[in-house]
Design a protein around this ligand. Structure first.
Ligand SMILES: Cc1cc2nc3c(=O)[nH]c(=O)nc-3n(C[C@H](O)[C@H](O)[C@H](O)COP(=O)(O)OP(=O)(O)OC[C@H]3O[C@@H](n4cnc5c(N)ncnc54)[C@H](O)[C@@H]3O)c2cc1C
Length: 324
């Protein structure tokens, strides 16, 4: 099977210009690296629209009908599943707010490099793909090559590339796939039921102790319990990127490489795995307490106090303590 340049098409924040521009660029790159151009779509779009993708250079379209209302977890699960059946050389994501989130989730899931907001894609002297993007407040252009992953993900802003229709009649393969994520929904899916403002919005810099919410907190019930205990004990709430993306905590409270540095001396992580991108933000903490049911979770390498247990069991104990 030939390698592919895969483009993620998001019909939620669909932007005709951007997707066609990215397909055009992918098509010109594909001639140089002997790849096919495949567009992965989730949702419903008419056949006229899909024909356009072929006219601008797509070789394959894989479409998964989305019956559920849009949900980021569901969307990225479908896209991840589709990617697993392909052999991507590079994944290009037209930038939209969903696109940026999708790209970062895929990059973390597949453990591959992500180039955000690339301004050009070229072949270097070794015929390897390199991605340009502005750096240092746009005063310089950085050239990025990624060699440590099976493929690479790049997001592309609108109007970076020109769109161009191919000459002559264009057609390609359309494949329809289905996805059943019931199993994952039961165990692993979060939905935003309401925006929670239930913890006191203390200034991050003045917090002496924080509870950090990780994806292992699992559900709204546990989240609320942690917030209530935090309020009683005058503890602040922060979170990992997984929880921010699920809509539980606002971005300003995200700790880590893409968020804030923690200024509080005491950090208690609930269901936090301890990914390096998160732990960079915790490096100034004097005491790290970690609660995780997986004894091999990376956070335990940083923890001063390790509790290998289910978050719920620990919460039950903490509730009693907070009442007493
Ligand atoms: C370029 C880049 C930048 C990033 N920047 C940041 C950043 O700034 N901040 C950040 O946080 N992340 C960042 N990330 C994402 C980061 O890599 C991780 O994906 C993220 O931190 C994981 O969040 P988590 O620990 O909540 O979730 P997960 O990694 O899913 O971990 C959940 C943990 O909960 C445990 N668990 C599950 N159920 C239970 C239970 N019932 N009881 C106890 N434990 C349980 C699991 O064992 C697991 O260890 C970045 C990623 C990339 C690629």
């Amino acid at each position: 099977m030939e390698k592919e340049i895969v483009i993620i098409c998001d019909f939620q924040e669909y932007d005709d210009e951007n997707i066609l521009q990215v397909i055009t660029k992918a098509s010109s790159l594909s001639n140089q690296c002997n790849c096919k151009v495949t567009v992965l779509c989730v949702g419903h779009k008419d056949s006229e629209q899909l024909d356009k993708f072929f006219q601008y250079g797509a070789d394959n379209i894989v479409i998964c009908k989305q019956n559920e209302p849009f949900d980021m977890t569901y969307f990225t699960n479908i896209i991840s599943n589709m990617i697993k059946t392909r052999i991507p050389k590079v994944i290009l994501v037209p930038e939209s707010s969903n696109g940026k989130i999708t790209a970062s989730i895929l990059s973390a899931r597949f453990e591959v490099g992500l180039i955000a907001g690339c301004t050009d894609i070229q072949f270097d002297e070794n015929n390897e793909l390199s991605f340009l993007r502005t750096a240092f407040n746009s005063v310089t252009i950085a050239k990025n090559n990624c060699s440590n992953g099976e493929f690479i993900i790049a997001t592309v802003k609108k109007d970076i590339f020109a769109k161009q229709m191919k000459a002559g009649q264009c057609s390609g393969m359309i494949e329809e796939v289905t996805y059943d994520d019931d199993m994952e929904k039961l165990s692993n899916s979060w939905g935003v039921l309401e925006r929670i403002e239930k913890f006191e919005k203390k200034e991050m810099n003045n917090l002496n102790k924080v509870f950090c919410i990780g994806r292992g907190v699992k559900n709204q019930d546990n989240f609320e319990k942690i917030c209530q205990i935090a309020n009683k004990l005058h503890v602040g709430i922060v979170g990992t990127r997984a929880v921010v993306e699920a809509g539980y905590i606002e971005k300003e409270r995200m700790i880590g490489q893409s968020g804030k540095m923690l200024a509080s001396p005491i950090y208690v992580g609930f269901g936090v795995s301890g990914a390096s991108q998160h732990m960079i933000g915790v490096k100034n903490a004097e005491i790290i307490v970690a609660i995780n049911k997986d004894k091999n979770a990376p956070i335990f390498e940083y923890a001063d106090y390790a509790i290998v247990d289910d978050v719920e069991a620990v919460l039950a104990e903490l509730e009693k303590m907070a009442e007493g």
